[in-house]
Design a protein around this ligand. Structure first.
Ligand code: FAD
Ligand code: DHB
Length: 393
């Protein structure tokens, strides 16, 4: 058995774990990152693409935004489509000049891993059987297997950044965690296509056949989503059917979506889920490990980054002078933003997806709300300030 020691054991090399590791490294706090997948796998896993300005600023502070600032696409508006027309929500005009940046989560993860590897600080991929020990009274440790050898990592703090199915949250006694959740009767079928985006800005479309979203990753790559049923089998969705539905739901008289080779496709279920509190003993949870939002508001990655900003601040103070006040407030401070984002994501989801039972009353409410946003500056501002990310919650 190999014995290791560090200040913070970080479980998971997604955006939360990698960003936390980077922020701590800049403050001289030691950490070891443990990831159960391979480096190639985590670098290729296609997910989010919309960064709030605050997230971009955090990555810049962490010194990992050079490529993001070169290649990211800055957007100052989004378009909403319903009843056969489109209107623009002028995000920047409505929020005093704030904007979003389109840059794939895959690229953020690549940039963060490259920075970690270049620094020489420890990050282990393809670890197996991660088990947390003594996280309550402490001192905690994490046992795992790597390259066929058993390891024990002693630490002062464990950061659970291991996503929604990882072992960290499951290590907390069930009686101390409360969960709040909502299931939705729909999912998103997403594709990545080798074709230039058809529109300069994102289009969120409300349509009788179901919601659709046109996004992008670069001037040569489109990212598109379609509402489908959660139990849908991707085998029933040949590319021709996907394009036909995208054209139907996003097309307008005189405007067609550009089509191209489909590079990747998959179905993502939708859930709202929060676990409280985000801390137990020496374990601090961050990102998808303790909260999930449906993707419609593009909030999941941004929330994960916000959590680790606060956690890095609290840990820096703790290791500098033993002060625990920020660690004690960590969960409460994060949860204020989490619940704002939970509400926004639920609201966007409810407004844009076709009800599964075809309830016409709900459809009328959706259209009334969309019309209100398109005619009232106050209503449009509500959407815009949440979408670009509220400075204060
Ligand atoms: P994850 O990215 O899930 O990382 C957790 C890591 O822990 C993974 O690498 C995992 O392999 C690892 N792990 C798991 N178990 C173990 C173990 N036993 N041992 C070691 N490591 C382990 N969010 C947005 O903000 N904007 C968007 O536009 C957006 N779009 C999305 C579109 C889709 C299709 C999907 C699926 C999600 C989208 N999201 C979006 C959500 C966003 O991708 C997530 O919220 C984000 O990945 C959370 O980051 P994380 O680091 O907390 O978790
Ligand atoms: C993307 C994902 C989202 O959830 C969203 O609301 C907008 C864009 C994307 O992957 O590009």
């Amino acid at each position: 058995m190999a014995r290791l020691r560090t200040q913070v054991a970080i479980i998971g090399a997604g955006p939360a774990g990698l960003t936390l590791a980077r922020l701590l490294e800049r403050q001289g706090v030691d950490s070891v990152v443990l990831e159960d997948r391979s480096r190639e796998y985590v670098e290729q896993r296609i997910r989010a693409g919309v960064l709030e300005q605050g997230s971009v600023e955090l990555l810049a502070e962490a010194g990992v935004a050079a490529r993001l600032q070169r290649e990211g696409l800055v957007h100052s508006g989004i378009e909403l489509q319903f009843d056969n027309h489109r209107f623009r929500v002028a995000l920047s005009d409505l929020t005093g000049g704030r904007s979003i940046v389109i840059y794939g989560q895959t690229e953020i993860v690549k940039d963060l891993i490259a920075a970690r590897v270049a620094s020489g600080a420890p990050i282990l991929f393809e670890v197996e059987d991660v088990v947390l020990k003594d996280i309550g009274p402490g001192p905690p440790s994490v046992s795992f297997r790597h390259a066929g050898e058993e390891h024990e990592l002693r630490c002062e703090i464990v950061a659970g950044c291991d996503g929604s199915h990882g072992p960290c949250r499951a290590s907390v006694p069930a009686s101390t965690l409360r969960s709040y959740s909502r299931e939705y009767p729909y999912a998103w079928l997403g594709i990545l296509a080798a074709v230039a985006p058809s529109n300069e800005e994102l289009i969120y479309s409300h349509h009788r056949s179901g919601f659709a979203l046109a996004s992008m990753r670069s001037p040569a790559l489109s990212r598109l989503y379609l509402q489908c049923r959660p139990e849908e089998d991707i085998a029933n969705w040949p590319d021709s059917r996907i394009w036909e539905q995208l054209q139907l739901r996003l097309g307008l008289p005189g405007w067609q979506l550009k089509e191209g080779p489909v590079l990747e496709k998959g179905i993502t279920p939708m859930r709202s889920l929060v676990y409280e509190p985000m801390q137990y003993g020496h374990l601090y949870l961050a990102g998808d490990a303790c909260h999930i939002v449906p993707p419609t508001g593009a909030k999941g990655l941004n929330l994960a980054l916000h959590d680790v900003r606060l956690l890095a601040e609290a840990l820096t103070e703790f290791f500098a002078n033993g002060a625990t006040s920020l660690l004690e407030d960590y969960s409460e401070r994060c949860l204020r933003r989490v619940w704002r984002a939970e509400h926004f994501s639920w609201w966007m989801t409810s407004m844009l997806h076709r009800p599964d039972d075809g309830n016409e009353f709900e459809v009328k409410l959706q259209l009334a709300q969309l019309r209100y946003i398109s005619t009232s500056r106050a209503a449009a501002t509500t959407l815009a300030e949440n979408y670009v990310g509220l400075a204060k919650v």
